[in-house]
Design a protein around this ligand. Structure first.
Ligand SMILES: Cc1cc2nc3c(=O)[nH]c(=O)nc-3n(C[C@H](O)[C@H](O)[C@H](O)COP(=O)(O)OP(=O)(O)OC[C@H]3O[C@@H](n4cnc5c(N)ncnc54)[C@H](O)[C@@H]3O)c2cc1C
Length: 458
């Protein structure tokens, strides 16, 4: 991109404009997934809404492929692009908690660890995900599944309003009474409709949680998974625990004899009184012969960031996902077969419960559609070594292919790779035509297309 063109943006821009020849470009172009290796022409690192408006106008006027980067965590690498413009929000980190109203306003460059840090001293929290370094923006716009989903719904079910810059450069606020079509669409529709510059969330009264894993040998995995399926369906909303196949890392917190063993597990994160949690979870924690069972009181931010030291930026990631209404015995047998063959220490399969409060919202009430699904499955191949990229990808695809016939038809958009239009439509189902109409209204030329793309209605 010529220096002359970039200079036209600089006069209206207070943040950093980073080009391939600049020191810092290599670090700035990297995203979380080490498999993604894209070279944008320009990274516009915004510091405020005015910068975002300038960057959107610049991208549109110069007809640049334009990506939006929040936390940079997207598995498919949709927070960056090749030979285009990246609108990078990572410096927009403002957060304001209103403890009276129990709301928080969060700028779009925050990660969930930033939000936890700001809200925890007030004894309040936003239901978010399982890793603190994930971006608020991308996670929220796709839906948001986490430890508090069964009790308080998806992250979008706790979203009150957003500020946005549209494709034509105008700034709007969207909530249930203002630009309500847009507010409906962004709750699950991803970055298709504009750049969200800040989010306002309702806060929930959660400070401490009962957190920790129960581990079982693989020989008991089939029995445990069947018991888990039946247990979680009847468990009270304050009980949350996701099922996993995992390799125990060689960390001092785990007994040495379990290090590097492939096991199955439930990772618990429950709110409420200790005696209630104990009574509610004990039947599941007593199934078979657990090799470790350690649930203890922990601050929610500690639970939310427990896996962060393990899953550091720059690893090779390949993942596939599906939603499930039922977990049949046949599907469980296939889970055990493939889950027992994790190809690396960091590879894993998680089955997140998405029932409870998340199901008390209608499938057409938000763009996120799969309200009747009980589980979100994500099969994750992870390894630091690029030489193992093929191995983790093949394992992941084989596992996914085996389970897909038992799935509900679509996936959680935030757990998808770039899998094509058919898959995007299968995910939004009967919400897709409405999303396409709203896309036509707010982004008729599909300027925002580096995403799980919703195409403007014709
Ligand atoms: C280690 C790891 C753990 C995860 N854990 C969870 C979890 O527990 N729960 C869960 O629900 N998901 C989880 N995810 C998935 C996560 O929600 C998605 O990867 C999400 O896209 C990340 O958001 P981001 O802002 O970090 O991503 P980015 O790569 O920055 O952006 C992703 C997408 O969001 C859009 N976008 C980003 N910012 C904006 C904005 N301000 N305005 C408009 N569009 C924007 C972009 O168009 C892009 O397509 C996890 C991902 C990883 C890698």
């Amino acid at each position: 991109m010529s220096i002359l063109i970039v200079e036209t943006l600089r006069s209206a821009f207070r943040g950093e404009l980073i080009q391939p020849t600049d020191t810092g470009y290599e670090a700035a172009r990297k995203v979380y997934n080490g498999m993604i290796d894209k070279h944008p022409h320009l990274i516009a690192r915004c510091v405020d809404v005015a910068d975002v408006i300038a960057a959107v106008n610049f991208g549109r006027v110069n007809n640049l492929l334009t990506a939006i980067r929040g936390g940079g965590h997207n598995g498919a690498g949709l927070g960056t692009c090749h030979e285009g413009l990246v609108i990078d929000l990572s410096r927009m980190k403002g957060i304001r908690v209103d403890p009276e109203a129990k709301t928080v306003r969060v700028e779009a460059g925050c990660v969930w660890g930033d939000v936890d840090h700001a809200t925890h001293p007030f004894g309040l929290a936003v239901p978010c995900g399982f890793i603190a370094s994930t971006g608020v923006a991308g996670l929220t716009l796709g839906g948001g599944i986490g430890y508090l989903t069964r009790q308080f719904g998806l992250t979008i079910d706790n979203l009150l309003s957003v500020d946005m810059v549209l494709a034509n450069g105008t700034f709007v606020t969207a909530h249930s009474h203002q630009n309500s079509d847009l507010f409906w669409a962004i709750r699950g529709g991803g970055g298709n409709f504009g750049v969200v510059t800040s989010f306002e969330f309702r806060l929930r009264p959660v400070m401490m949680v009962h957190f920790g894993p129960t581990f079982w040998e693989l020989s008991e995995a089939e029995m445990v998974l069947k018991a888990y399926r039946d247990f979680i369906a009847k468990a009270p909303d304050y009980v949350n625990g996701f099922f996993a196949f995992l390799v125990v890392p060689p960390a001092p917190m785990f007994p040495e004899h379990l290090h590097m063993k492939t096991l199955c597990a439930i990772v618990w994160c429950c709110t409420g009184l200790a005696e209630d949690v104990e009574a509610a979870t004990r039947p599941m924690r007593s199934v078979g012969h657990p090799v470790l069972d350690h649930v203890a009181l922990a601050p929610l931010p500690a639970a939310n960031s427990t896996f962060d030291p393990l899953f550091v930026p720059g690893l090779q990631w390949y993942w596939r996902a599906d939603n499930f209404v039922d977990l049949t015995d046949e599907a469980i047998a296939l889970h055990v077969k493939h889950g027992s063959q994790l190809p690396s220490m960091l590879s894993t399969m998680h089955l997140y419960p998405i029932d409870g409060a998340a199901q008390r919202v209608g499938r057409n009430d938000t763009a996120y559609s799969f309200r009747e699904a009980n589980f979100a499955e994500v099969i994750v191949g992870v390894d630091p070594d690029p030489a193992n990229a093929g191995k983790i990808t093949d394992w992941c695809k084989n596992y996914y292919d085996a389970l897909h016939p038992y799935a509900a038809g679509g996936a959680y958009v935030n757990f998808m790779m770039e899998e094509g239009q058919e898959r995007v439509q299968a995910t939004y189902r009967d919400n897709y035509p409405r999303l396409a109409e709203i896309k036509k209204k707010y982004d008729p030329h599909n300027f925002f297309r580096v995403n799980q793309n919703i195409q403007p209605a014709i």
